[in-house]
Design a protein around this ligand. Structure first.
Ligand SMILES: C[S@@+](CC[C@H](N)C(=O)[O-])C[C@H]1O[C@@H](n2cnc3c(N)ncnc32)[C@H](O)[C@@H]1O
Length: 284
C-alpha cells in the first residue's frame, strides 16, 4: 500500500514532538508551495508532491539526529526581529533579550545622539534588535568570525538596518579605532568552560565552538571585555554582559576590579543571575 502523503497523516505519524514537526512542515510548505503556516490547519488533507515529501523526510531525519530546528529552517525570532541563521553563528537565545532590554532602558535615559557597541555580534542579534527598537541610535558591532559577520551583514540588509549598524572584524575592541567611545557596550561572549560536558550534548554540538567556549575556564573573554571597557566608554557610559548562571560573583568582581561603578546584576526568566552591568566614572 502506498504511503499517505497528506499533511495530517505525515504530522500525526512523525516521531518528532508535534511542535517541532509543525515547524519543519511549515518550512516545507513555505518553500515548495509559498503557503503560510496557517495552511497546516486549513489544508491538512493536502498531499505533498514527491520533492516536498523528500525534503520533509530529510528535515525529519536531521532533526532526529539532533540538528537544531533553527538551522534546519534557517531562521530564529529574537526580541522584535527575525534573523537568518546558519551553522556559522550561534542561535540567539531568549535569555539574551535581557541584554537588549537593559540597553534600551539605558537609551531611554539618554538625550541626543546615542552610540552603542555589541561585542561578538554573531548573527547580529543584539546590535540589530537595538537598532530596530531605537531608530536614533548608531550601533557598531564586532566579531572575530568572518562567517558570522557575513551572516550579520545579510541580516542587517534583510532588516534594512545596514545604514545604522556598522559591522567590523577583529578581536573584541581591536576591531575599533583606538579613540572610539560609546554610551553603551553590550556583549554576550563565549562563556562556557572548555571542560563543560554540555558542549558535546544536544543542540550545542552543532553550533560554532568559538561562539560557545573561551577554550579555557569560561571567564577569559568576559575578563578581556570588562578590563578594557573604561577605555571605550563615554563618561557615565554603561557596559552590560551576559554570563553563565554560576559566574555572577566572578563577573561582579571583574567589574569592580576594572574600576566600574554602580555594578548591578539582573535575573533571567529562570531566576538565574545572568547579566551584570557597570558604569564608567563621570567626566571632569
Ligand atoms: C555567544 S556568541 C554570541 C552571538 C550573539 N551576540 C548572540 O547573542 O546571539 C559569541 C560570539 O563572540 C564571537 N567571538 C569569539 N571570540 C571573539 C573575539 N576574540 N573577538 C570578537 N568576537 C569573538 C563568536 O564568533 C560569537 O559570534
Amino acid at each position: 500500500m502506498s504511503q499517505d502523503l497528506s499533511l495530517h497523516s505525515l504530522l500525526s505519524s512523525s516521531p518528532l514532538p508535534p511542535s517541532e514537526a509543525r515547524l519543519l512542515m511549515a518550512h516545507v510548505l513555505e518553500k515548495h508551495y509559498q503557503l503560510p503556516r496557517s495552511a497546516l490547519l486549513s489544508r491538512d488533507e493536502m498531499l505533498l508532491n514527491s520533492e516536498a515529501f523528500h525534503q520533509w523526510q530529510e528535515l525529519q531525519s536531521k532533526r532526529l539526529a539532533g540538528e537544531p530546528i533553527a538551522y534546519l529552517i534557517s531562521k530564529r525570532g529574537f526580541h522584535d526581529i527575525e534573523l537568518y541563521v546558519a551553522p556559522g553563528v550561534l542561535i540567539p537565545r531568549p535569555e539574551t533579550e535581557l541584554l537588549v532590554e537593559i540597553g534600551l532602558q539605558e537609551i531611554g535615559r539618554l538625550h541626543g545622539p546615542v552610540t552603542a557597541l555589541d561585542l561578538g555580534t554573531g548573527s547580529g542579534a543584539i546590535a540589530l534588535a537595538v537598532a530596530k527598537a531605537a531608530p536614533h541610535v548608531l550601533v557598531s558591532a564586532t566579531d572575530q568570525s568572518f562567517e558570522a559577520l557575513d551572516i550579520a551583514k545579510m541580516n542587517a540588509q534583510l532588516l534594512k538596518l545596514e545604514a545604522r549598524v556598522q559591522l567590523m572584524q577583529g578581536s573584541w575592541y581591536e576591531a575599533l579605532n583606538n579613540d572610539a567611545r560609546f554610551d553603551i557596550i553590550l556583549s554576550n561572549p563565549p562563556y562556557i568552560s572548555s571542560l563543560d560536558p554540555h558542549l558535546s550534548q544536544g543542540d550545542l554540538r552543532f553550533e560554532p565552538i568559538s561562539a560557545l567556549t573561551d577554550h579555557a575556564g569560561g571567564l577569559s573573554c568576559l575578563e578581556a571585555i570588562i578590563d578594557s571597557a573604561k577605555d571605550h566608554l563615554n563618561p557615565n557610559g554603561l557596559i552590560a554582559v551576559e554570563h553563565g548562571f554560576d559566574q555572577s560573583d566572578a563577573v561582579v568582581d571583574l567589574m569592580k576590579t576594572a574600576g566600574l561603578r554602580d555594578v548591578q546584576t539582573y535575573l533571567d526568566l529562570a531566576g538565574h543571575r545572568r547579566v551584570a552591568s557597570g558604569r564608567n566614572s563621570g567626566g571632569q
